[in-house]
Design a protein around this ligand. Structure first.
Ligand code: CP3
Length: 339
């Protein structure tokens, strides 16, 4: 097994940093776009042969050091009864949360996630020599999406208004999301994931102090569901200076967003925490020379920071040229990391 990612997460010395990308499965790959001409996103996700094939495309096409499960963070709200549909214009819930119904009852049906566990088994069957990353959405991010019933509504205003207006009901929902996610993580582990990442993309919607005090305990519960089993990575996008409150009781690695300089992030993060990141995804719109300049900055950082995984500071944008991503992977594998 190419254990470079798992070794890194376990603080074992490696010859170079591992490299993988958020949102590597799908989106940018011509091989994925070809499949999308024939199948809907839902069909790709729910058929274990197709889902495992898609999960493995970036290994073949980009040469990354890890597989990420082809799924979505919105499957938890679906299992909580919100009835998810991936339309051509994006995901919608047919039964979203609404601000005028603060006491709506939610019931978690774990069987609605069974196909995902089957997909994990299938990926592990097809490819045993690379680690598989499992994931789910962070509690705030998941909560925010649960208020979106309409693809045209791209704001999270209703969700955030609800959070401030109905704190008691909000915490009940956050607790339920967390309970469902803890179970989901444990089942992912049971079926064979090798590490876990929590995508908390929307930390920046509330002051970081509010996030740390009120939401982080839920994130910690989900991340701790991995304890003593598989390593964990936390992606708290736009947490800003709130990064200083994170430590090893929460996760093993922190995936840092593109807004903060990686050297600054290293300074404010607890020394025991490893760091993943943080290329600006829009860098892949620029030419190879400009990309190389940024990669050299990363190399400099990595020369004095061994607990480091190379990744983006947020997921790939859909309209970049996948060859630029391949260039990054090839570069990581080609250069001499010893000097
Ligand atoms: O990393 C990977 O490639 C693995 C699979 C993965 C998907 N979504 C597949 C997907 C992962 C890890 C996600 C995470 C996700 N999903 C997040 C958190 C990370 C982030 O980037 O912020 C969020 C907020 C979502 C919610 C979501 N899913 C939205 C808003 C959309 C529509 C717009 C978009 O981003 O494309 C999706 C759809 C989605 N999820 C697609 C894929 C490949 C595109 C669907 C398609 O191909 O038709």
């Amino acid at each position: 097994m190419n254990n470079i990612l798992i070794d890194k997460l376990n603080k074992i010395k490696t010859d170079r940093p591992p490299v993988w990308f958020m949102r590597q499965a799908g989106r940018i790959l011509p091989s994925y776009k070809k499949l999308k001409l024939k199948y809907t996103f839902d069909e790709l996700m729910k058929n274990s042969d197709l889902a495992s094939t898609v999960s493995l495309l970036p290994v073949k096409d980009l040469g990354v050091d890890a597989i990420i499960l082809f799924s979505d963070i919105l499957v938890i709200p679906d299992a909580l009864g919100l009835n998810l549909e991936f339309t051509n214009k994006g995901p919608i819930f047919h039964n979203p949360l609404k601000i005028d119904n603060p006491n709506k009852q939610l019931i978690f049906d774990n069987t609605r996630l069974d196909y995902i566990y089957k997909n994990i088994t299938e990926i592990k069957k097809k490819k045993q020599d690379l680690p598989l990353i499992g994931f789910c959405g962070g509690p705030l991010t998941t909560f925010c999406f649960m208020f979106r019933g309409d693809v045209s509504d791209k704001s999270f205003h209703q969700a955030i208004k609800f959070l401030y207006k109905y704190p008691k009901q909000s915490h009940k929902i956050l607790d339920l999301i967390t309970e469902a996610s803890e179970l989901y993580v444990k089942q992912q582990i049971r079926h064979g994931i090798d590490c876990f990442q929590l995508f908390e993309t929307y930390c920046g919607l509330v002051p970081s102090e509010k996030y740390i005090k009120e939401i982080l305990p839920y994130s910690q519960r989900i991340l701790n569901a991995t304890k003593d089993k598989v390593p964990s990575i936390f992606f708290p996008k736009n947490l800003g200076t709130g990064l200083k409150y994170l430590n090893r009781s929460i996760c093993d690695y922190v995936s840092v967003d593109w807004q903060i300089d990686i050297n600054d992030a290293r300074q404010i993060l607890d020394k025991e925490l490893g760091i993943q990141g943080n290329l600006d995804p829009r860098l892949l719109y620029s030419d190879v020379k400009s990309i190389q300049i940024e990669l050299h900055k990363i190399k400099q950082f990595a020369s004095s920071n061994k607990d480091f995984i190379l990744n983006l500071g947020h997921g790939f944008l859909p309209d970049i040229d996948y060859k630029k991503a391949k260039f990054i992977v090839d570069w990581v594998k080609r250069i001499n990391w010893k000097n």
